[in-house]
Design a protein around this ligand. Structure first.
Ligand code: UDP
Length: 485
């Protein structure tokens, strides 16, 4: 034991936007509650957040970045590819996971040098539990998803209801959950679908083991959103679970919100001034996170679906104009689209200031891939959602939104789609148009919207003094203090 009164906590995120962004917010949240926070980042991630961290420090938060190199060359990746958003093939993805294993030694060295009191590490570093045990400190897991998705995943893995059905498209019920939910096998990861083993299945096994031996789990969600699942998940893993979110709410000023996960400053985002001229709840925001890949034929279908819906929209497309030809004619965009829809539709190529857009009064709906951060940011902004899940936990999150919270509609995405077929249309323009109209106009839309609004209020209350997430964090910090003495 050592005499000190300030807890020192290490935060180690996985190197993708969907994990770095909430982990940085979490470090900021903890620092705001009197913790000395150290973020362990690779250079590319650090470059995205160092400006906001500098601002935090000026405001008196004790928050530091320690850099570790990402071993791109060692695993055969091109230089400066460490973020999943630049990954375009399963082979590259596998190399990134390989590299994460090599981060163990540098992290151990840092821990030895600074002896923090606790390590909050992303779930993708199962070795972090061993490293923490070696140093005699607790390791907390950060999953980046909901207790709901984690519960469904665990129950599915235990009971395997997907095994006793005839086809990938046959609907089965997942029982033994607080709510029965319906799924098909084609919405599940490979190993559940066809029993294939790959680098991810092995990693998943390790992750589940590490979960059981960790000190507990911190979740970016709030208790009122998923009370039954918070309890269930904690029971299933036999570990404590702390809901401390929505962590996005700890960004207080607009410049920090704009820079969340990017170097682009507030004044460079034209979409926000564009929104200023729009009526309340009139614009649909369309964005599929930082990893999604769409083929040109599917993007064209989205464009036509949006246009045919007659609704106004902001659409974030991750394809940036690269070449001169691109500039003249982007294959995925219907001829004359932008001109035709001038004033009605706004395309953002690259990175959007998502939380600021969602918070804008003009936004009346959000078409999302149901990545957990996006889902929760939509919930927090009190906006109804169109669910278009692609892969990972996204199909679980869809059922949370459409069946349990009932604050949105599904677009009808039927199957897991991480590496899409170039020539296939997964969701048709007709289905897109239908979902957009269903979400934006009419009685059902109003009902969804009012439920969404109520949830948004709850989210904001949860992080205020005396709210559930506030209290969870107090309890966690108390416990860690006792532990460190
Ligand atoms: N995001 C953003 N602008 C974009 C795309 C994504 O700010 O143009 C943020 C979004 O607000 C969220 C994160 O990136 O915090 C994406 O995480 P999510 O879990 O939704 O999806 P992933 O990218 O991991 O699939």
């Amino acid at each position: 034991s050592k005499p000190h009164n300030k807890l020192h906590i290490y935060f180690l995120p996985m190197t993708s936007h969907g994990h770095v962004i909430p982990m940085v917010d979490m470090a900021r949240l903890f620092a705001g509650r009197g913790v000395k926070a150290t973020l362990i980042l690779t250079p590319l991630s650090a470059a995205l957040v160092s400006k906001t961290i500098d601002r935090d420090r000026e405001l008196g938060l004790e928050i530091t970045i320690r850099l570790i190199d990402f071993p791109s060359a060692e695993v055969g990746l091109p230089e400066a590819i460490e973020n999943h958003s630049s990954v375009t093939s399963p082979e590259m993805s596998q190399k990134i996971y390989k590299a994460t294993v090599l981060l163990q030694q540098p992290v151990e060295n840092l821990l030895e040098e600074e002896s923090p009191d606790c390590l909050v590490a992303d779930v993708y570093f199962p070795w972090a539990s061993d490293v923490a045990t070696k140093r005699g400190i607790p390791r907390l897991i950060f999953h980046g998803t909901s207790a709901y998705a984690l519960s469904v995943h665990h129950i599915l893995s235990q009971q395997k209801p997907y095994k006793n059905i005839e086809s990938d498209t046959q609907v089965f019920v997942v029982t033994d959950l607080p709510n029965n939910i319906m799924m098909t096998r084609q919405q599940l990861p490979d190993h559940m679908r066809d029993g294939t083993e790959n680098h991810l299945t092995k990693l998943m096994e390790k992750i589940m083991e590490a979960e059981m031996t960790s000190y507990g789990v911190v979740i970016n969600s709030f208790h009122e959103l998923e009370p039954a699942y918070s309890k269930l998940y904690s029971e299933v893993i036999g570990r404590k679970v702390w809901h401390v979110g929505p962590v996005s709410l700890c960004n207080k000023d607009n410049e920090d919100k704009a820079r969340r996960g990017s170097k682009i400053s507030l004044s460079e985002h034209e979409s926000l001034t564009w929104l200023d001229s729009k009526k309340p709840n009139s614009v649909l925001y369309v964005c599929f996170g930082s990893l999604s890949i769409f083929s040109n034929v599917q993007l064209l279908e989205i464009a036509m679906g949006l246009e045919n819906s007659g609704q106004e929209f902001i659409w974030v497309v991750r394809k940036e104009k690269k070449t001169k030809e691109d500039k003249n004619r982007e294959e995925w965009l219907p001829e004359g689209f932008e001109k035709r829809l001038e004033g009605k539709g706004f395309i953002i190529r690259g990175w959007a200031p998502q939380v600021l857009i969602l918070d804008h009064a003009a936004i009346g709906g959000f078409m999302t891939h149901c990545g957990w951060n996006s889902t929760l940011e939509g919930v927090t902004a009190g906006v109804p959602l169109i669910a278009w899940p692609l892969f990972a936990d996204q199909f679980y999150n869809e059922t949370l939104v459409t069946d349990i919270l009932r604050t949105g509609v599904g677009v009808g995405a039927k199957e897991w789609c991480r590496w899409p077929d170039e020539n296939r249309i997964y969701v048709t323009r007709k289905d897109i148009e239908k979902a957009v109209v269903q979400l934006m106009v009419g009685e059902e839309a109003e009902e969804n919207r009012s439920r969404a609004r109520a949830l948004g209020e709850m989210a904001k209350k949860a992080v205020q003094k005396g709210g559930s997430s506030y209290n969870y964090l107090s309890a966690l910090l108390e416990e860690l203090k006792l532990n460190s003495n």
